[in-house]
Design a protein around this ligand. Structure first.
Ligand SMILES: [Zn+2]
Length: 258
């Protein structure tokens, strides 16, 4: 197995390399060059927004036939912070870079694994951040408009008495992934807005601070929320979580005009 070290070039304070590549299948030299450049770009774009991370990402690559550049990917956290990318190497570098998957998966690693019950939070976070990262990298014009377009088609699922969190969790358990993800992402849409209203730094900067103080300590959602309140010197996150857990979803959407 060939292992390459990578680093996010413009993050001078990062003591550890940003990531390590693991080629799990045979890839030609040209394919390796293309995929290495894609992951260098993706990690730099992600860490510019959310990092540096206080750990090295372990990136595993597998071949898989598909009609998109990354037909499947997932994170795995047992012994290290891993992302497994199943890639269709016939696509070109620009097509890999334009694909949202790497930004989504790398964003996941900004938070600890939160358990199945809180998958709505983890997926909402990664879904929200993938477009923030892509906007910052110049790949899309407006993250906000992408996110609201994605949620618009799922909004009907949330016009009801169960809470936002319960509804998103139920949709995920029914494998209605887009519905669960983009409902969960509304937590971060509102958090961003509340931070701005209170004169606080934007969410991505709060996540950057979180990496340094708390990322390696926290192991559950309650701790993450407490840490995010602390780094933002606010109660934005705990109060919002309470509303996300307790208000009827329809009322939540009305309250925040979502
Ligand atoms: Zn995800």
């Amino acid at each position: 197995m060939l292992v390459l070290l990578g680093s996010a070039g413009n993050i001078s304070m990062a003591a550890t390399p940003a990531y390590q590549l693991h080629w799990q299948h045979d890839f030609s030299a040209a394919e390796q060059a293309k995929l290495s450049q894609w992951l260098a770009f993706s990690s730099q774009a992600t860490l510019n927004q959310l990092g540096p991370y206080p750990f090295e990402m372990q990136l595993y690559l597998y071949r898989r036939p598909g009609n998109e550049p990354v037909p499947w990917a997932n994170t795995w956290r047992e012994h290290s912070q891993q992302i497994h990318f199943y890639v269709a190497p016939q696509f070109n570098k620009a097509q890999f870079i334009a694909d949202w998957t790497a930004y989504h998966e790398m964003a996941h690693l900004a938070l600890p694994y939160l358990g199945r019950r809180h998958a709505w939070f983890a997926e909402g976070f990664a879904s929200y951040m993938q477009y923030q990262i892509m906007q910052q990298a110049g790949l899309i014009d407006s993250a906000a408009s992408h996110i609201s377009t994605k949620f618009a088609v799922q909004r009907k699922h949330y016009l009801q008495q169960h809470s936002m969190a319960d509804t998103a969790a139920l949709l995920l358990s029914q494998r209605r992934f887009a519905a669960g993800y983009w409902g969960g992402a509304q937590f971060f849409v509102v958090a961003e807005r509340l931070l701005q209203q209170q004169g606080k730094a934007p969410l991505n900067q709060q996540i950057q601070r979180y990496q340094q103080c708390c990322r390696l300590q926290d192991t559950n959602l309650q701790q993450v929320i407490r840490s995010l309140d602390s780094v933002s010197d606010s109660t934005v996150f705990s109060q919002l979580l309470q509303q996300f857990n307790q208000l009827p979803a329809a009322q939540f959407l009305q309250l925040y005009q979502l």
